[in-house]
Ligand binder design. Structure first.
Ligand code: GLA
Length: 757
């Protein structure tokens, strides 16, 4: 018998499961002899008939440990869906259960399947959502042979996205017994070969999302975070790109997690060139007690597959985040262009100074004034007042509501910075509740940026911070919050959790963070929240579920940002990347870049300004006004268009990228020259994703005054195959050549595409 929907086909006799849409196929089966799940195929769509028996291959390896006496039932040699270490498979498993006797010996066998429409609702744990009618979920239940435990494996596929969403639910059906879950990953994918490069995004504060590509080796390669947040160090993303794949072509798998806490992403190549890709909550110090009648739900892993190179993978993820993760309220809505006072004033401000900036902002047609750190307690530096969310009346004698209403009266929205998870020791909260600080009361607790972390695994702590934040948010017309998080968790210990539940701390902590987000957006549904963690220290798919944009990095230098935003574009949509024009010399690297380049980079994100606009020349102000006008005109394109990386800032002196919306046939292309060479070589920029037969108007924009430098009508095929010719034709124009404005380092050019009819 066959059960079939437009997305999932199940051969109930042979027990083959096939998830498919127009782009991808994912096939696995139950091995009849042993009841375990075997991975059969994941890749570009396969439209062969239902019977996939011919895809199974097994070498005879009798000397290895066998489940049954047949020479081919060693799990070590079977590509599995959700493996367990130590039961004839010696590779790293997806889960580990510790039983009452102290052993880890599980034997989960296939029991049943169910197909439901839409996406599973995981409550406050971030999950894919929306457009439910276009998605279907296959749930396969496995039954332990030694306990009443079950594992439910969920696989969701939708009609449009080239992704599979996977997660697991551990169900304890016992009324009396508890079990320990020491490892519970979200995704395991065993691929039949090892001809891949691993691509991942690593970094540190102010240099997030650096792209690295390395060939796989036999053995294990891992990225992870055990810092309490997904981290600057490794983004929860990895891609396996066929060694011959490029930006444009070839097979690429990508995986990410809708989760903001500790994670492990790992690739293990065994001695038979099978590649095991796994991703989930980090097992480090993880120990979850499955109490009687309880469940544990892993975060969702999103698995993308592209046969059009890295571009296809990135666009699959970006589309998925836009359509199924980010709050739909914000996806297409024009976002106000903001000015943030941080790099303008740091902690040194008063109402007059802020209003001067706000008045100037209005002159420039900005839409949102964001008051950053330093407005509360006695916060004149970073060693005080976190957790005391009351207005500093020395700096703001008339209070926040006065400031907000003055800003509102100017015609700007008002936004405010918080760092909800943190505490400074000089606060009433720390005096009243020292036990709310993460750490062991009798042992060292390290400070980071002079501050400590509140125990968000304790619901009382989350409620108390919510009360304080809600009081502030009710007290003034605040339409935006920047939620910061500036240190990682070390010496993890919760006085709230009993000794045997300390292994649950990190996950409970991040669930506490999500709960506070949930409380805030429930109480203030119109609030736009930007996440931040010392820049991009918690920039991940989980946080995007609650905060539709994130501050990508504290490094605001345009040249550095090319790399950071390029890296982030591996999976995140442009509209999620906060990117601001800041002052020169740049505060992080001291570099002087032209104002036009700073804007030409920041435009490819959620655009804003972060500098003292009261100290600029009239020329600079006029230029900024023109930039803002232009940014508003291209915002729908940035929010909706597909992103193409044309040349990498990691390998090229002339990085470039393009956004193109196939519906409106409009595009925006940014081209950057990092260092200016003497006697330059010829260069052309080939565009992507256009309609070959469409005639476009190609316009070069002068961002300084929002005027047109040049315009011509060109067909899509010419722009894609020949490209934009970047050198001028100086034939018979010697005088013009000698009088041309001297090109500079850190220059940029911006081109716009529109259909001619
Ligand atoms: C972090 C953020 C910055 C700024 C400061 C304020 O570093 O990333 O944008 O808000 O904190 O202290």
């Amino acid at each position: 018998m066959t059960t079939s929907t437009n997305l999932i086909t199940v051969d109930e006799q042979a027990k083959f499961f096939h998830l498919h849409n127009e782009q991808i196929s994912y096939i696995f089966r139950v091995i009849p002899e042993i009841g375990q799940l075997e991975q059969v195929y994941f890749g570009p769509v396969i439209t062969t008939p239902l019977d996939f028996h011919h895809l199974i291959s097994r070498e005879f390896r009798p000397s290895n440990n066998q489940l049954i006496d047949d020479g081919t039932s060693s799990l070590e040699h079977i590509r599995q869906e959700y493996p367990c270490f130590g039961t004839t498979d010696f590779r790293q498993g997806a889960y580990a259960i510790r039983y009452a006797s102290g052993d880890y010996i599980s034997e989960f066998k296939y029991q049943q399947f169910a197909i439901t429409s839409g996406y599973p609702d995981l409550g406050e744990l971030p999950h894919a959502r929306y457009h439910d009618e276009s998605a279907a979920t296959l749930t396969v239940t496995l039954q332990d042979q030694y306990s009443p435990l079950q594992i439910q494996l969920h696989y969701t596929i939708s009609t449009k996205n080239a992704v599979i969403i996977r997660s697991a639910t551990f169900v304890n059906t016992s009324n009396t017994d508890s079990y320990h879950l020491d490892r519970a990953l979200s995704l395991n994918l065993d691929l039949p070969d090892a001809d891949y490069d691993l691509i991942h995004l690593h970094g540190a504060w102010a240099k997030e999302m650096q792209v690295e590509r390395r060939p796989l080796m036999t053995g294990r390669m891992a990225i992870d975070s055990d810092r309490g947040a997904s981290s600057h160090q490794h983004n929860p993303f990895l891609a396996l790109a066929a060694t011959d794949s490029t930006e444009k072509d070839g097979l690429v798998y990508g995986a990410t997690l809708l989760y903001s806490g500790n994670f492990l992403g790992q690739v293990e190549v065994d001695n038979y060139d099978v590649t095991r890709l796994s991703l989930g909550i980090s097992p480090t110090q993880f120990d979850w007690t499955l109490t009687p009648q309880s469940k544990f739900q892993t975060p969702e892993a999103v698995l993308a597959c592209s046969h059009t190179g890295l571009t296809g993978m990135s666009q699959a993820f970006q589309q998925f985040f836009r359509e199924h993760v980010i709050d739909q309220k914000w996806v297409d809505q024009p976002k106000p262009i903001l000015i943030n006072n941080w790099e303008a004033t740091y902690f040194d401000f008063d109402e007059a100074k802020l209003l001067k900036i706000a008045r100037q902002a209005k002159q420039l047609d900005l839409g949102l004034f964001v008051l950053d750190d330093g407005w509360f307690g006695k916060r004149d530096s970073d060693n005080s007042s976190l957790g005391n969310w009351t207005v500093d009346h020395h700096k703001l004698p008339a209070g926040l509501s006065h400031l907000a209403s003055e800003v509102n009266q100017l015609g700007l929205k008002f936004g405010l910075w918080f760092e909800p998870e943190m505490i400074s020791l000089d606060t009433p909260l720390a005096a009243e509740h020292p036990e709310w600080i993460v750490g062991h009361p009798q042992k060292r607790r390290s400070q980071g940026r002079n501050q400590y972390v509140l125990d968000f695994s304790n619901p009382d702590v989350v409620s108390a911070i919510f009360e304080q934040m809600a009081a502030i948010l009710h007290s003034a017309a605040i339409s935006y919050v920047k939620w910061d998080m500036n240190r990682y968790i070390s010496e993890a210990f919760s006085t709230y959790l009993p000794a045997e539940r300390q292994g649950e701390f990190y996950h409970r902590y991040i669930m506490g963070v999500y709960h506070l987000y949930h409380l805030l957006i429930t109480e203030f549904p119109e609030l736009l929240i930007e996440s931040c963690a010392g820049g991009g220290g918690r920039f991940d798919g989980g946080i995007l579920y609650y905060a539709s944009q994130g501050w990508t990095s504290d490094d605001t230098d345009a040249v550095e940002r090319l790399k950071i935003q390029y890296g982030a574009s591996m999976l995140y949509p442009l509209q999620s990347m906060g990117s601001h024009v800041s002052a020169v010399p740049n505060h992080q690297v001291g570099r002087r870049t032209p104002l036009s380049t700073r804007a030409a980079v920041a435009l490819f994100g959620t655009f804003g300004y972060e500098l003292d606009i009261t100290k600029l020349t009239a020329t600079e102000l006029a230029e900024i006004k023109a930039q803002i006008q232009f940014a508003k005109s291209v915002q729908p394109l940035i929010q909706k268009g597909k992103f193409y990386r044309l040349a990498s800032p990691f390998t090229s002196n002339r990085p470039a990228w393009e956004v193109y919306d196939s519906e409106t046939k409009t595009g925006l292309i940014g081209y950057y020259q990092i260092l200016n060479p003497a006697n330059p070589s010829y260069h052309r920029l080939q565009l992507r994703g256009l309609v070959p037969t469409q005639k476009y108007q190609l316009t070069e924009i002068n961002l300084s005054n929002n005027t047109i430098l040049s315009t011509e009508e060109v067909f899509g095929d010419e722009l894609q195959n020949i490209g934009i010719i970047l050198n001028k034709d100086y034939t018979n124009k010697a005088a013009e050549y000698w009088q041309r404005p001297q090109p500079t380092d850190f220059a940029s050019r911006l081109f716009q595409l529109k259909p001619t009819e």
